[in-house]
Design a binder for this molecule. Structure first.
Ligand SMILES: Cc1cc2nc3c(=O)[nH]c(=O)nc-3n(C[C@H](O)[C@H](O)[C@H](O)COP(=O)(O)OP(=O)(O)OC[C@H]3O[C@@H](n4cnc5c(N)ncnc54)[C@H](O)[C@@H]3O)c2cc1C
Length: 295
């Protein structure tokens, strides 16, 4: 009955240098972190994988969380629940809120930070929030028998549709770095379940810094999973420098500018998603105004 089904080879490096040697030799091997995405794919049992699987779970160097007074570094094999637990005192509120939206408590024990950021074809909550926090990721590239390391901004890891841009070569995300100088106004929203109801889902993250009654910095990312991963330098610079509270007419017009940008750059977003995205954006700016008026 099981004729023809063969188990793939599973490599289990215990250190990064063991990983390097395996990655250079088995260039087609599949990296396995928490396995929650991989196991949800059709035909996930990879009996045909040429170079087998590299299980990252034994590499302790990828499981560390460290911090100094400027930034926190998180290993790619830290799980969502470990980060939530360890990060209560060090992480920005928006990141904690984001981690709490990931699946259920049980699944959060399995989901890793690297796995979440390196899904090839769909962007979810963590990428959205880390993009606006100016987080960076250390990526190791394995090419032509050599290993090299680069730090890349998380916002630059994806194309405009949200596809991961690392696929052309063998790459390992080892850790991410988040600066601790974040904005004093932050908002995160997920509307609809991104896995079960991808076509109606909108994920939105926003942070702003205020200096007296002026918006000195504003950053946002609006994400329609599998369709668009949108950040707008234009709208961010239109918001930056605005005196608070922003006039309601300006709030309204800028929210329609977002719709115009999205419609022009991304053809697959549904009308429902567009309207949801616009309202979330608009209500975030109203909340920013309200906070300013209360302070
Ligand atoms: C029921 C369920 C509901 C979920 N709901 C949500 C949700 O609401 N919001 C949300 O954001 N997420 C959600 N998730 C999680 C999400 O869909 C992915 O399953 C998860 O983020 C993948 O993490 P992982 O560690 O399991 O990665 P894996 O499945 O092991 O790997 C994912 C991909 O990343 C690659 N990879 C892994 N680690 C690295 C690395 N260090 N360097 C380079 N490449 C790497 C793998 O090769 C693979 O291609 C849900 C998952 C489940 C099962």
């Amino acid at each position: 009955m099981y004729e023809g089904i063969r188990s793939p080879v599973i490599h289990t490096p215990k250190t990064l240098s063991e990983f390097n040697a395996i990655a250079l030799r088995y260039t087609q091997a599949q990296l396995w972190a928490g396995g929650t995405y991989l196991m949800s794919q059709k035909n996930y049992y990879p009996s045909e994988i040429k170079d087998g699987i590299i299980d990252l779970g034994g590499i302790d160097e990828l499981k560390k969380i460290t911090r100094n007074d400027r930034f926190v570094e998180i290993g790619s094999m830290v799980t969502a629940s470990q980060l939530l637990y360890a990060g209560k005192l060090v992480l920005p509120d928006i990141l904690q809120q984001t981690l709490q939206t990931l699946a259920s408590q049980i699944v959060r024990h399995q989901i890793t930070i690297g796995g979440s950021l390196c899904i090839p074809d769909v962007r979810l909550a963590l990428s959205t929030t880390l993009a606006i926090l100016d987080a960076t990721a250390e990526i190791k590239h394995y090419q032509n028998g050599k290993v090299s390391s680069h730090w890349i901004q998380i916002s630059k890891l994806y194309d405009k549709d949200g596809n991961l841009l690392l696929n052309a070569e063998k790459a390992l995300m080892t850790r991410i770095r988040i600066g601790l100088d974040f904005g004093d106004f932050q908002r995160f929203f997920t509307v609809e379940d991104p896995i079960r109801n991808t076509d109606e889902c909108v994920i939105f993250a926003f942070q702003a810094k205020r200096t007296q009654n002026t918006l000195s910095k504003a950053q946002f990312c609006i994400n329609f999973p599998s369709k668009a991963f949108h950040m707008s330098k234009d709208l961010e610079s239109k918001l930056t420098g605005q005196t608070l509270p922003i006039h309601p007419e300006k709030v309204n017009s800028i929210s329609y500018e977002l719709v115009a940008e999205l419609t022009k750059q991304h053809s697959n977003i549904t009308d429902l998603q567009l309207e949801r995205g616009r309202r979330i954006f608009e209500s975030t700016l109203h909340a920013l105004n309200a906070q300013e008026l209360q302070s």
